[in-house]
Design a protein around this ligand. Structure first.
Ligand code: UD1
Length: 389
Protein backbone atom coordinates (compact mmCIF):
# COMPACT_ATOMS: atom_id res chain seq x y z
CA UNK A 1 0.00 0.00 0.00
CA UNK A 2 1.28 3.50 -0.82
CA UNK A 3 2.38 5.68 2.12
CA UNK A 4 -0.58 8.11 1.95
CA UNK A 5 -3.14 5.37 1.46
CA UNK A 6 -1.76 3.55 4.45
CA UNK A 7 -1.78 6.68 6.63
CA UNK A 8 -5.49 7.22 5.87
CA UNK A 9 -6.45 3.58 6.36
CA UNK A 10 -4.41 2.82 9.44
CA UNK A 11 -5.82 2.80 12.97
CA UNK A 12 -6.48 6.16 14.61
CA UNK A 13 -3.95 8.25 16.49
CA UNK A 14 -5.29 7.97 20.02
CA UNK A 15 -4.90 11.33 21.76
CA UNK A 16 -5.10 11.25 25.55
CA UNK A 17 -6.02 14.11 27.87
CA UNK A 18 -6.76 13.90 31.56
CA UNK A 19 -6.20 17.08 33.48
CA UNK A 20 -6.56 20.80 32.86
CA UNK A 21 -3.04 21.53 31.55
CA UNK A 22 -3.39 18.76 28.96
CA UNK A 23 -6.25 20.39 27.09
CA UNK A 24 -4.36 23.41 25.71
CA UNK A 25 -1.55 21.11 24.60
CA UNK A 26 -3.77 18.65 22.74
CA UNK A 27 -5.99 21.20 20.93
CA UNK A 28 -3.33 22.23 18.36
CA UNK A 29 -2.21 18.61 17.88
CA UNK A 30 -5.76 17.55 16.97
CA UNK A 31 -5.98 20.44 14.53
CA UNK A 32 -2.64 19.55 12.97
CA UNK A 33 -3.66 15.88 12.58
CA UNK A 34 -6.76 17.00 10.67
CA UNK A 35 -4.81 19.53 8.58
CA UNK A 36 -2.07 17.09 7.59
CA UNK A 37 -2.06 15.85 3.99
CA UNK A 38 -3.45 13.22 4.15
CA UNK A 39 -5.46 13.85 7.34
CA UNK A 40 -4.57 11.36 10.04
CA UNK A 41 -7.57 9.74 11.72
CA UNK A 42 -7.70 10.66 15.41
CA UNK A 43 -9.67 9.73 18.52
CA UNK A 44 -9.77 11.90 21.63
CA UNK A 45 -9.78 10.04 24.94
CA UNK A 46 -10.47 11.98 28.16
CA UNK A 47 -9.53 9.97 31.22
CA UNK A 48 -11.79 12.14 33.39
CA UNK A 49 -8.99 12.89 35.89
CA UNK A 50 -10.41 16.42 35.91
CA UNK A 51 -14.17 16.40 35.68
CA UNK A 52 -15.63 19.64 37.10
CA UNK A 53 -17.29 22.04 34.69
CA UNK A 54 -14.68 24.63 35.70
CA UNK A 55 -11.72 22.25 35.43
CA UNK A 56 -12.73 20.52 32.21
CA UNK A 57 -15.85 21.48 30.21
CA UNK A 58 -15.20 25.24 30.15
CA UNK A 59 -11.65 24.66 28.92
CA UNK A 60 -12.85 22.32 26.18
CA UNK A 61 -15.25 25.03 25.04
CA UNK A 62 -12.70 27.88 25.21
CA UNK A 63 -10.16 25.90 23.21
CA UNK A 64 -12.63 24.70 20.58
CA UNK A 65 -11.79 21.10 21.47
CA UNK A 66 -14.19 18.49 20.13
CA UNK A 67 -16.15 16.44 22.65
CA UNK A 68 -14.04 13.48 23.70
CA UNK A 69 -14.82 10.33 21.71
CA UNK A 70 -14.30 8.30 24.85
CA UNK A 71 -14.46 9.41 28.50
CA UNK A 72 -13.02 7.02 31.07
CA UNK A 73 -14.55 9.00 33.96
CA UNK A 74 -11.91 8.00 36.49
CA UNK A 75 -12.36 11.05 38.75
CA UNK A 76 -10.30 11.73 41.88
CA UNK A 77 -8.43 9.30 44.10
CA UNK A 78 -5.04 8.65 45.63
CA UNK A 79 -2.21 8.56 43.11
CA UNK A 80 -2.22 4.77 43.12
CA UNK A 81 -5.97 4.48 42.72
CA UNK A 82 -6.20 7.17 40.05
CA UNK A 83 -3.29 5.78 38.01
CA UNK A 84 -4.54 2.20 38.32
CA UNK A 85 -8.09 3.16 37.40
CA UNK A 86 -6.91 4.96 34.24
CA UNK A 87 -4.87 1.89 33.29
CA UNK A 88 -7.71 -0.51 33.90
CA UNK A 89 -10.18 1.54 31.85
CA UNK A 90 -7.73 2.45 29.07
CA UNK A 91 -6.73 -1.10 28.19
CA UNK A 92 -10.05 -2.11 26.58
CA UNK A 93 -10.03 1.18 24.63
CA UNK A 94 -6.72 0.16 23.08
CA UNK A 95 -8.00 -3.32 22.33
CA UNK A 96 -11.18 -2.02 20.71
CA UNK A 97 -9.64 0.73 18.59
CA UNK A 98 -6.29 -0.72 17.49
CA UNK A 99 -4.60 2.69 17.22
CA UNK A 100 -1.52 3.34 15.10
CA UNK A 101 -0.06 5.13 18.11
CA UNK A 102 -0.97 6.91 21.35
CA UNK A 103 -0.13 10.57 21.93
CA UNK A 104 0.23 11.73 25.53
CA UNK A 105 1.12 15.22 26.76
CA UNK A 106 2.65 16.70 29.89
CA UNK A 107 3.23 14.99 33.20
CA UNK A 108 -0.04 14.17 34.92
CA UNK A 109 -1.08 10.76 36.26
CA UNK A 110 -3.10 10.07 33.10
CA UNK A 111 0.04 10.62 30.98
CA UNK A 112 1.98 7.89 32.74
CA UNK A 113 -0.95 5.51 33.12
CA UNK A 114 -1.82 5.45 29.41
CA UNK A 115 1.84 5.25 28.40
CA UNK A 116 2.33 2.17 30.58
CA UNK A 117 -0.67 0.38 29.13
CA UNK A 118 0.25 1.16 25.50
CA UNK A 119 3.95 0.35 25.87
CA UNK A 120 3.17 -3.10 27.29
CA UNK A 121 0.83 -3.81 24.41
CA UNK A 122 3.44 -2.82 21.85
CA UNK A 123 1.50 0.26 20.72
CA UNK A 124 3.90 3.13 19.95
CA UNK A 125 3.67 6.13 22.29
CA UNK A 126 4.58 9.73 21.48
CA UNK A 127 5.20 11.94 24.52
CA UNK A 128 4.77 15.65 23.92
CA UNK A 129 6.68 17.91 26.35
CA UNK A 130 9.30 15.24 27.06
CA UNK A 131 12.59 15.64 28.91
CA UNK A 132 11.62 18.37 31.37
CA UNK A 133 13.07 17.76 34.83
CA UNK A 134 12.76 19.59 38.13
CA UNK A 135 15.14 17.05 39.74
CA UNK A 136 12.69 16.95 42.63
CA UNK A 137 11.30 13.46 43.07
CA UNK A 138 8.92 14.63 45.78
CA UNK A 139 6.80 16.05 42.93
CA UNK A 140 4.44 13.41 41.56
CA UNK A 141 4.85 15.00 38.13
CA UNK A 142 8.61 14.36 38.17
CA UNK A 143 8.02 10.64 38.65
CA UNK A 144 5.49 10.70 35.81
CA UNK A 145 7.97 12.49 33.53
CA UNK A 146 10.92 10.20 34.21
CA UNK A 147 8.92 7.00 33.75
CA UNK A 148 6.96 8.16 30.70
CA UNK A 149 10.15 9.18 28.89
CA UNK A 150 11.82 5.84 29.59
CA UNK A 151 9.14 3.85 27.79
CA UNK A 152 7.66 6.19 25.16
CA UNK A 153 8.94 5.69 21.61
CA UNK A 154 8.93 9.31 20.45
CA UNK A 155 9.90 12.21 22.68
CA UNK A 156 8.93 15.68 21.49
CA UNK A 157 10.68 18.47 23.40
CA UNK A 158 10.01 22.14 24.10
CA UNK A 159 13.51 23.31 25.01
CA UNK A 160 17.01 22.09 24.25
CA UNK A 161 17.98 21.26 27.83
CA UNK A 162 15.46 18.41 27.66
CA UNK A 163 17.82 16.52 25.36
CA UNK A 164 20.63 16.72 27.92
CA UNK A 165 18.26 15.41 30.59
CA UNK A 166 17.18 12.49 28.41
CA UNK A 167 20.75 11.57 27.47
CA UNK A 168 21.76 11.61 31.14
CA UNK A 169 19.02 9.04 31.78
CA UNK A 170 20.42 6.75 29.08
CA UNK A 171 17.77 7.51 26.50
CA UNK A 172 18.89 7.22 22.89
CA UNK A 173 19.09 10.68 21.31
CA UNK A 174 17.36 9.41 18.15
CA UNK A 175 14.06 9.07 20.04
CA UNK A 176 13.92 12.80 20.84
CA UNK A 177 12.91 15.66 18.54
CA UNK A 178 13.08 19.37 19.40
CA UNK A 179 9.79 20.74 18.08
CA UNK A 180 8.86 23.75 20.24
CA UNK A 181 5.93 24.27 22.56
CA UNK A 182 2.36 23.24 21.75
CA UNK A 183 1.03 25.20 24.70
CA UNK A 184 2.33 28.32 22.98
CA UNK A 185 0.64 27.21 19.75
CA UNK A 186 -2.65 27.49 21.65
CA UNK A 187 -1.69 30.78 23.20
CA UNK A 188 -0.77 32.42 19.90
CA UNK A 189 -3.87 31.05 18.16
CA UNK A 190 -6.16 32.42 20.88
CA UNK A 191 -4.36 35.52 22.10
CA UNK A 192 -6.62 37.98 20.34
CA UNK A 193 -9.68 36.25 21.84
CA UNK A 194 -8.59 36.72 25.47
CA UNK A 195 -11.52 38.02 27.52
CA UNK A 196 -10.87 41.44 29.12
CA UNK A 197 -10.35 41.15 32.90
CA UNK A 198 -13.11 43.68 33.65
CA UNK A 199 -15.56 41.44 31.84
CA UNK A 200 -14.41 38.36 33.71
CA UNK A 201 -14.97 40.21 36.99
CA UNK A 202 -18.33 41.55 35.82
CA UNK A 203 -19.57 38.16 34.68
CA UNK A 204 -19.60 37.08 38.26
CA UNK A 205 -18.31 34.21 40.23
CA UNK A 206 -16.39 36.88 42.15
CA UNK A 207 -17.08 37.04 45.81
CA UNK A 208 -17.56 40.68 46.84
CA UNK A 209 -16.09 43.14 47.55
CA UNK A 210 -14.60 43.47 44.07
CA UNK A 211 -11.15 45.01 43.94
CA UNK A 212 -10.50 48.11 41.86
CA UNK A 213 -8.21 46.96 39.06
CA UNK A 214 -8.18 50.29 37.22
CA UNK A 215 -4.56 50.96 38.23
CA UNK A 216 -3.39 47.43 37.46
CA UNK A 217 -3.58 44.05 39.13
CA UNK A 218 -1.69 40.82 39.70
CA UNK A 219 -2.88 37.26 39.01
CA UNK A 220 -2.34 34.38 41.44
CA UNK A 221 -2.67 30.61 41.01
CA UNK A 222 -1.55 28.02 43.57
CA UNK A 223 -2.23 24.30 43.58
CA UNK A 224 0.99 22.30 44.16
CA UNK A 225 0.53 19.89 47.06
CA UNK A 226 3.90 21.11 48.43
CA UNK A 227 2.44 24.63 48.72
CA UNK A 228 -1.18 24.06 49.64
CA UNK A 229 -1.53 20.75 51.47
CA UNK A 230 -0.02 21.84 54.81
CA UNK A 231 -1.27 24.65 56.97
CA UNK A 232 2.34 25.60 57.88
CA UNK A 233 3.12 26.35 54.24
CA UNK A 234 -0.21 27.59 52.95
CA UNK A 235 -0.74 30.01 55.87
CA UNK A 236 2.51 31.97 55.40
CA UNK A 237 2.06 31.97 51.62
CA UNK A 238 -1.40 33.49 51.96
CA UNK A 239 -0.02 36.02 54.46
CA UNK A 240 2.60 37.00 51.88
CA UNK A 241 -0.12 37.36 49.25
CA UNK A 242 -2.10 39.60 51.58
CA UNK A 243 0.98 41.83 51.90
CA UNK A 244 1.40 41.88 48.11
CA UNK A 245 -2.27 42.82 47.72
CA UNK A 246 -1.65 45.97 49.79
CA UNK A 247 0.64 47.10 46.95
CA UNK A 248 -1.34 45.70 44.00
CA UNK A 249 -4.86 44.24 43.87
CA UNK A 250 -4.75 40.48 43.29
CA UNK A 251 -7.08 38.21 41.34
CA UNK A 252 -6.67 34.70 42.74
CA UNK A 253 -8.04 31.86 40.56
CA UNK A 254 -8.63 29.09 43.08
CA UNK A 255 -7.94 25.43 42.26
CA UNK A 256 -10.44 23.11 44.04
CA UNK A 257 -7.62 21.62 46.13
CA UNK A 258 -6.54 25.08 47.34
CA UNK A 259 -10.09 26.25 48.02
CA UNK A 260 -10.74 23.13 50.09
CA UNK A 261 -7.55 23.57 52.10
CA UNK A 262 -8.17 27.26 52.80
CA UNK A 263 -11.49 26.25 54.35
CA UNK A 264 -10.08 23.18 56.12
CA UNK A 265 -7.27 25.15 57.78
CA UNK A 266 -9.48 28.18 58.54
CA UNK A 267 -7.28 30.57 56.52
CA UNK A 268 -10.06 32.50 54.84
CA UNK A 269 -9.24 35.76 56.68
CA UNK A 270 -5.96 36.07 54.72
CA UNK A 271 -7.74 36.22 51.41
CA UNK A 272 -10.78 38.26 52.31
CA UNK A 273 -10.85 41.95 51.63
CA UNK A 274 -11.11 44.62 49.03
CA UNK A 275 -7.69 44.05 47.48
CA UNK A 276 -7.84 40.34 46.85
CA UNK A 277 -10.56 38.62 44.84
CA UNK A 278 -11.19 34.90 44.90
CA UNK A 279 -12.23 33.55 41.51
CA UNK A 280 -13.34 30.07 40.56
CA UNK A 281 -10.99 28.16 38.21
CA UNK A 282 -11.05 30.15 35.00
CA UNK A 283 -11.74 29.18 31.41
CA UNK A 284 -8.89 29.35 28.91
CA UNK A 285 -9.85 32.64 27.25
CA UNK A 286 -10.59 34.24 30.62
CA UNK A 287 -7.18 33.19 31.94
CA UNK A 288 -5.47 34.47 28.78
CA UNK A 289 -7.17 37.84 29.24
CA UNK A 290 -6.27 37.96 32.93
CA UNK A 291 -2.60 37.13 32.32
CA UNK A 292 -2.19 39.41 29.31
CA UNK A 293 -3.38 42.45 31.24
CA UNK A 294 -1.54 41.69 34.50
CA UNK A 295 1.40 43.67 35.88
CA UNK A 296 2.69 40.44 37.35
CA UNK A 297 1.71 36.83 37.95
CA UNK A 298 2.41 34.78 41.07
CA UNK A 299 2.11 31.04 40.49
CA UNK A 300 3.30 27.52 41.16
CA UNK A 301 1.94 26.20 37.85
CA UNK A 302 4.23 24.83 35.15
CA UNK A 303 2.30 26.03 32.14
CA UNK A 304 1.80 29.56 33.44
CA UNK A 305 5.58 30.01 33.70
CA UNK A 306 5.69 29.37 29.95
CA UNK A 307 2.62 31.40 29.04
CA UNK A 308 3.84 34.50 30.90
CA UNK A 309 7.19 34.18 29.14
CA UNK A 310 5.43 34.09 25.77
CA UNK A 311 3.25 37.06 26.79
CA UNK A 312 6.19 39.06 28.20
CA UNK A 313 4.50 39.40 31.61
CA UNK A 314 6.72 39.15 34.74
CA UNK A 315 6.17 35.88 36.60
CA UNK A 316 7.20 35.04 40.15
CA UNK A 317 7.21 31.27 40.64
CA UNK A 318 6.48 30.27 44.22
CA UNK A 319 8.64 27.16 44.07
CA UNK A 320 12.27 26.27 44.76
CA UNK A 321 12.80 24.68 41.35
CA UNK A 322 11.40 24.57 37.85
CA UNK A 323 11.40 21.89 35.18
CA UNK A 324 11.19 24.71 32.60
CA UNK A 325 14.52 26.53 33.08
CA UNK A 326 14.33 28.41 29.79
CA UNK A 327 11.56 30.57 31.26
CA UNK A 328 14.09 31.80 33.84
CA UNK A 329 17.14 31.95 31.55
CA UNK A 330 15.43 33.67 28.63
CA UNK A 331 11.91 34.51 29.70
CA UNK A 332 10.21 36.67 32.31
CA UNK A 333 10.16 34.08 35.09
CA UNK A 334 11.94 34.32 38.47
CA UNK A 335 12.04 31.50 41.00
CA UNK A 336 11.22 33.09 44.32
CA UNK A 337 10.31 30.18 46.61
CA UNK A 338 8.04 30.84 49.58
CA UNK A 339 9.95 33.45 51.54
CA UNK A 340 7.71 36.40 52.31
CA UNK A 341 10.57 38.96 52.30
CA UNK A 342 11.88 37.70 48.95
CA UNK A 343 8.41 37.74 47.41
CA UNK A 344 7.75 41.32 48.54
CA UNK A 345 11.17 42.53 47.39
CA UNK A 346 10.66 41.11 43.90
CA UNK A 347 7.11 42.45 43.69
CA UNK A 348 8.44 45.92 44.60
CA UNK A 349 11.14 45.63 41.94
CA UNK A 350 8.58 44.74 39.29
CA UNK A 351 6.18 47.49 40.36
CA UNK A 352 8.91 50.13 40.28
CA UNK A 353 10.90 48.92 37.27
CA UNK A 354 8.60 46.67 35.25
CA UNK A 355 10.57 43.48 35.97
CA UNK A 356 12.46 41.14 33.66
CA UNK A 357 11.88 41.81 29.98
CA UNK A 358 12.85 38.43 28.56
CA UNK A 359 12.48 37.08 25.07
CA UNK A 360 10.44 34.31 23.50
CA UNK A 361 12.40 31.02 23.36
CA UNK A 362 13.44 29.24 20.17
CA UNK A 363 10.60 27.51 18.25
CA UNK A 364 7.86 28.86 20.52
CA UNK A 365 6.37 30.15 17.31
CA UNK A 366 2.91 28.62 17.09
CA UNK A 367 3.93 25.76 14.78
CA UNK A 368 5.05 23.03 17.17
CA UNK A 369 2.01 20.82 16.57
CA UNK A 370 2.56 20.98 12.81
CA UNK A 371 6.15 19.83 13.29
CA UNK A 372 5.05 17.02 15.58
CA UNK A 373 2.45 15.70 13.17
CA UNK A 374 4.78 15.92 10.16
CA UNK A 375 7.41 13.93 12.05
CA UNK A 376 4.91 11.46 13.47
CA UNK A 377 3.41 10.72 10.03
CA UNK A 378 6.85 10.01 8.55
CA UNK A 379 7.81 7.86 11.52
CA UNK A 380 4.61 5.80 11.35
CA UNK A 381 4.95 5.33 7.58
CA UNK A 382 8.56 4.23 7.93
CA UNK A 383 7.66 1.79 10.69
CA UNK A 384 4.91 0.35 8.53
CA UNK A 385 7.22 0.05 5.51
CA UNK A 386 9.81 -1.78 7.64
CA UNK A 387 7.16 -4.14 8.99
CA UNK A 388 6.01 -4.98 5.45
CA UNK A 389 9.53 -5.48 4.06
C1 UD1 B 1 -3.22 17.61 38.56
C2 UD1 B 1 -1.82 17.20 38.08
C3 UD1 B 1 -0.90 18.43 38.08
C4 UD1 B 1 -1.52 19.58 37.32
C5 UD1 B 1 -2.89 19.87 37.90
C6 UD1 B 1 -3.59 21.01 37.22
C7 UD1 B 1 -1.06 14.91 38.63
C8 UD1 B 1 -0.17 14.14 39.49
N1 UD1 B 1 -1.22 16.22 38.95
O1 UD1 B 1 -3.10 17.99 39.92
O2 UD1 B 1 0.32 18.09 37.49
O3 UD1 B 1 -0.69 20.71 37.44
O4 UD1 B 1 -3.68 18.68 37.77
O5 UD1 B 1 -4.78 21.30 37.89
O6 UD1 B 1 -1.64 14.39 37.70
N2 UD1 B 1 -10.74 18.20 41.93
C9 UD1 B 1 -11.97 18.72 41.73
N3 UD1 B 1 -12.45 18.75 40.45
C10 UD1 B 1 -11.74 18.30 39.39
C11 UD1 B 1 -10.47 17.76 39.63
C12 UD1 B 1 -9.97 17.72 40.90
O7 UD1 B 1 -12.63 19.16 42.63
O8 UD1 B 1 -12.22 18.37 38.26
C13 UD1 B 1 -10.18 18.19 43.29
C14 UD1 B 1 -10.40 16.87 43.98
O9 UD1 B 1 -10.63 17.12 45.32
C15 UD1 B 1 -9.05 16.20 43.84
C16 UD1 B 1 -8.10 17.38 43.88
O10 UD1 B 1 -8.81 18.45 43.25
O11 UD1 B 1 -8.81 15.25 44.82
C17 UD1 B 1 -6.82 17.13 43.15
O12 UD1 B 1 -7.05 16.69 41.82
P1 UD1 B 1 -5.99 15.73 41.09
O13 UD1 B 1 -6.41 15.44 39.71
O14 UD1 B 1 -5.69 14.57 41.96
O15 UD1 B 1 -4.67 16.57 41.09
P2 UD1 B 1 -4.39 18.12 40.84
O16 UD1 B 1 -3.95 18.71 42.12
O17 UD1 B 1 -5.50 18.79 40.10
Amino acid sequence: MKRDQWLCATGPVLCVVGARPNFMKMAPILRALAAHEPALPALLVHTGQHYDIDMSDRLFAGLGLPRPDINLEVGSGSHAVQTAEVMRRFEPVLDANRPSCVVVVGDVNSTLACTLVAAKKGVPVAHVEAGLRSFDRSMPEEINRVLTDQIADLLYTTERVAHENLTREGIDASRAQFVGNVMIDSLLANRALGIPPEETLRRGGIEPPEPDIGQGYGVVTLHRPSNVDQEETLGPLLAALRDVSERLPLLFALHPRTRANIERFGLREFVTGKTIALLPPQGYLEMLGLMSGARLVLTDSGGIQEETTALGVPCLTLRENTERPITVQEGTNTLVGRDRGAILRLVDEILSGGGKRGRVPELWDGRAAERIVAHLADWLALRHARAEA
